[in-house]
Ligand binder design. Structure first.
Ligand code: NDP
Ligand code: HSE
Length: 432
């Protein structure tokens, strides 16, 4: 092994500058761990003239990716530039040129992970992506190494800091959605286009990666049923509070026998559930294994140094593998052929908020409908809506098949007594 390992960095933004900082500050520790010095020799940026608040200590900045990807002195490429198509091309080129790759890019891995991991294996290279899910929480290695002896049956993840921040501030401080979203953008958690945060796509990419590793079957992004938080209202959060629930945007991956279900949606959790106390921009992943039972991994899911920690830990893994000459085994071939549950195989409780006519027979019409469709009711709350002739009715069902529940929603729309179905959310974690 060389005395100094040369690293090429693609990107010098939030995460890239954190990586430069950690590598510079941890040289002694790195040398102790991997037996050599580590130097970032070249860094790809898009604007050479941009003012930067990071000391690059002699690394050369370039706008030409081939300065890094074709440099035979560079052994490892760290991709922290983001985006999908250019990042994919650069990572593929790096692997084909026999360079190991570390990336923080969940968009890239959720969409092209299979292709890239195959290219890594074919070229005898490592490709690690710990930072792509929940940044500072070492969840991917926990699934593939720490829990490798167990059979994981359920994962529930708060894996998007922006939406957790918004729901926390709306619930705890009664503030409006738009105002808190703006604050999350200013604090730097949100993506450049926050639509992917608030509509659940960012979390969907992360739960697809978690599902693939946790269940050892290839979960595509299209397999994830996704809904976000942009239509959540202050009234919804207030009724959740009154019923002892906390709302979180949760990525759920669960399996029974050999079939999986993967979704991202706003979920009501009992206040006592471990995920309910994960607030602000923090992330957490609740993992249930048949042997281990309940576990939870908690920490910062974004930010310069937390994300850089995961990236540099991946780099350490690559360098340890180089020392042992065992690179090229990072692609874990899925053990199972993917089988997904149909909607009549997915069971959950549901919270429903309805505006209905405040007159005799309304309650009977509602309960008759639920009973005809064989959905049992666990909680019902009715309150008059002042001077409107309407009542606010909150229902929490017992567990029902998703297909039956969707049928109830369709039938409610047709009931003469029902004016509007205001909101509907899945309830999880009550069975603990
Ligand atoms: P930034 O936007 O802060 O930085 C991107 C960097 O890449 C910039 O230095 C930019 O150059 C450079 N860059 C972008 N596109 C190109 C291009 N086509 N050619 C050359 N250089 C380019 O992004 P982040 O650091 O926030 O994120 C990087 C990656 O890490 C993303 O994949 C993101 O999803 C992931 N990630 C980020 C987290 C976070 O907390 N920020 C958390 C977990 C993962 P220039 O500086 O000249 O503009
Ligand atoms: N926008 C993401 C979030 C950043 O809010 O969690 C980390 O992936």
């Amino acid at each position: 092994m060389k005395d100094v390992i040369s690293v090429g960095l693609l990107g010098l933004g939030t995460v890239g500058s954190g990586v430069v900082h950690l590598i510079d500050n941890h040289q002694d520790k790195l040398k102790h761990q991997v037996g050599c010095n580590v130097k970032i020799t070249k860094i790809l940026v898009s604007q050479l003239e941009k003012k930067r608040d990071v000391q690059t200590n002699g690394s050369r900045l370039t706008i030409n990716p081939d300065d890094i990807l074709e440099d035979s002195e560079i052994d490892v490429v760290i991709e922290v530039m983001g985006g999908i198509e250019s990042a994919r091309e650069h990572v593929l080129k790096a692997l084909r040129n026999h360079k190991h790759v570390v990336t923080a890019n969940k968009d890239l891995m959720a969409l092209h992970g299979k292709e890239l991991l195959q290219a890594a294996a074919e070229n005898g290279c490592d490709l690690f992506y710990e930072a792509s899910v929940a940044a500072g929480i070492p969840i991917l290695r926990s699934l593939t190494e720490g829990l490798s002896s167990d059979r994981i049956t359920k994962m529930m993840g708060i894996v998007n800091g922006t939406t957790n921040y918004i729901l926390t501030k709306m619930s705890q401080e009664g503030r409006g959605y738009d105002e808190v979203l703006k604050e999350a953008q200013e604090l730097g958690f949100a993506e450049a286009d926050p639509t992917s945060d608030v509509e659940g796509l960012d979390a969907a990419r992360k739960i697809a990666i978690l599902g693939t590793l946790g269940f050892s079957m290839h979960i595509d992004l299209d397999d994830v049923s996704v809904s976000g938080i942009s239509s959540v209202t202050a009234e919804d959060l207030e009724y959740c509070r009154q019923l002892g629930y906390t709302m979180k945007l949760v990525g759920i991956a669960s399996r029974t026998e050999d079939k999986a279900e993967v979704s991202v949606e706003p979920v009501l959790l009992p206040d006592a559930h471990p995920l309910a106390s994960v607030h602000n921009e923090f992330n957490a992943i609740y993992v249930y294994g048949e042997a281990v039972g309940e576990t939870m991994f908690y920490g910062p899911g974004a930010g310069k140094l937390p994300t850089a920690t995961a990236v540099v830990s991946d780099l350490v893994e690559v360098l340890k593998n180089m020392r042992l000459d065992v690179n090229g085994n990072s692609a874990v071939i899925p053990q199972f052929v993917k089988k997904l549950k149909t909607e009549d195989e997915v069971f959950a409780k549901y919270f429903l908020r309805i505006h209905a006519k405040d007159k005799p027979g309304t309650f009977a019409a509602l309960t008759t409908l639920f009973s005809e469709l064989e959905i049992s009711l666990e909680k019902i709350l009715q309150l008059p809506l002042k001077n409107s002739g309407l009542a606010e009715i909150i229902i929490v069902t017992h567990k029902a098949a998703k297909s039956d529940y969707k049928n109830v929603l369709r039938q409610l729309d047709l009931l003469e007594e029902v004016v509007d179905v205001k909101s509907s959310y899945r309830v999880e974690g009550d069975e603990r």
